[in-house]
Design a protein around this ligand. Structure first.
Ligand code: S5P
Length: 456
């Protein structure tokens, strides 16, 4: 086995993860069934796991312990791979002999790596932690193979433990969905299940917006999936004019964004190979590409602009912006266009600039027909209220400035999310003009995460 994606796909092949309609122990219906115990019959999977764990173990660890029983074989291979000694926590205390709860050699104060196969509520981990701690052991690090994203990790982090997971159910379904191994329905059902089954019950918190949003468009679902997984609804508007600067910036901030928005026609040294490079980086850092071309012509011309010329936009862009000024027919032309590769559409129905002509009347006129087109995943706007499920992309976001000297107006991330109900923040100069863009994007991430926009 060579990589994590293969490991995840093999989990499905060996039926450790199944999708369908399952009744859980609790009596609840679930669209997924997860039980990693079959891994013991697949030595190559255990070996792969030992490598994955090895990369993550902190230097201070002195003992390895698996939560009984499912994680015991995993702890064993990790112990063999790393040379770190293992201890075993019994599930029941022996009724005879030593009555020990922890088997193996250890000293009070030893720093332990605790291994778990799957985390849901974190209950069995908490139980094991309690018992190890009562023996004087210190839980230094916890690594879980698969996080069901139902709040267990957060619960342990809140208790002060250092927890991480190798994989999450979201990264698994995202991968399977991308590779067309599961369909829209399963993907959406899993997202809904996670949302409604989190053990973290905090009504005072803002709802987990992303998981509530569903959209039948595949690109919209991918974008939502990435945003949720990265806990970032930031779209970097990379309005830079050399390929070197663009690639350099994306390499710096790629992990922190869910999409990059470009104005491809401002690049001074564009060659088609730039697109290849861009696609590789987008894949590596897992973000989508938006071309902010703002198409605004009759249907036929728009199709030519989308697909022809040196930019061949439809061949690489996941999403494009479009003005609806030409009316419904121009939108319909794109929707009816029979093309293998067609970007999702984001109409600009309200602009951020001073004196914009996109008044309420214009917005309402756009809304009258745009909802009928499944290629339309949402809109660029400021104040407009949208139908449920449509995504709101908001430019004009900046932590430092209120405006520029060319008509642009800015709001803070907090205002854009809380007052404008924005789903995705588009940020240009706020990031790319900063002295240290990586550090600056950290401030934006902090601002949105403080709002608990992503929930637990
Ligand atoms: O109304 C709008 C629509 C868009 S797409 N106002 C905007 O500013 N934009 C784009 O968002 C604009 O073309 C630019 O690429 C980005 C904002 O950049 P910033 O540097 O002002 O953050």
């Amino acid at each position: 086995m060579k990589n994590s994606a293969n490991f995840l796909k093999t989990l499905v092949d060996i039926e450790c993860v199944k999708f369908g309609d399952f009744t859980l122990k609790s009596g609840k219906q679930s669209p997924m069934y997860i039980d990693l115990r079959n891994i013991v019959s697949h030595p190559s999977m255990l070996t792969e796991l030992s490598y994955l764990f090895k990369d993550k173990i902190s230097n201070s660890i002195q003992r390895i312990c698996g939560v009984p029983y499912a994680a015991l074989p995993i702890a064993t291979v990790v112990s063999i791979q790393t040379g770190l000694p293992m201890i075993i926590k019994r599930k029941e205390v022996k009724k005879y002999g030593t009555k020990k709860i922890v088997e193996g050699e250890y000293n009070v104060g030893d720093k332990v790596l605790l291994i778990e196969d799957v985390i849901t509520s974190g209950e069995s981990l908490i139980e094991t932690i309690k018992e190890l701690e009562s023996e004087g052991l210190l839980i230094e690090q916890i690594i879980v193979v698969l996080d069901r994203e139902q709040g267990g990790v957060k619960r342990l982090i809140d208790k002060g433990y250092q927890v991480e997971s190798l994989f999450s159910i979201l990264s698994l379904v995202e991968l399977l969905f991308k590779e067309r191994k599961i369909d829209n329905v399963i993907y959406t059902n899993v997202l809904h299940f996670i949302q409604h089954n989190s053990i973290i019950d905090s009504p005072s918190k803002k709802p987990k917006k992303y998981l509530q949003k569903t959209h039948s468009n595949e690109t919209a679902q991918r974008l939502l999936g990435i945003a949720y997984r990265k806990k970032s609804n930031l779209i970097a508007s990379i309005d830079l004019i050399t390929t070197k600067d663009i690639i350099g910036l994306l390499n710096e901030i790629g992990n922190d964004i869910c999409a990059a928005k470009l104005h491809i026609d401002i690049i001074s040294d564009f060659t088609p190979s730039f697109i290849d490079e861009l696609l590789i980086i987008a894949k590596r850092f897992d973000f989508l590409l938006i071309e902010d071309r703002k198409f605004a012509d009759i249907g036929n011309t728009q199709l030519l602009q989308l697909s022809k010329g040196m930019y061949a936009i439809s061949s690489w862009a996941d999403m494009v912006t479009i003005h609806l000024i030409a009316g419904e027919s121009a939108l319909k032309a794109i929707q009816d266009w029979d093309s293998e590769k067609k970007p999702a559409l984001i109409p600009v129905i309200e602009m951020s600039s001073s004196g914009a002509l996109t008044d309420q009347d214009y917005i309402e006129k756009c809304k009258k027909f745009m909802y009928n087109y499944t290629d339309v995943i949402g809109v660029v706007c400021q104040t407009a209220e949208l139908n449920e499920g449509f995504l709101k992309f908001t430019p004009g976001v900046n932590l430092e400035s209120k405006n520029d000297d060319k008509g642009q107006n800015y709001n803070s991330p907090k205002y854009a999310i809380e007052e404008l109900h924005s789903d995705f923040l588009i940020i240009g100069r706020g990031i790319y003009s900063a002295n240290d863009p990586k550090n600056e994007i950290g401030k934006y991430l902090l601002a949105i995460r403080e709002l608990d926009f992503f929930g637990a």
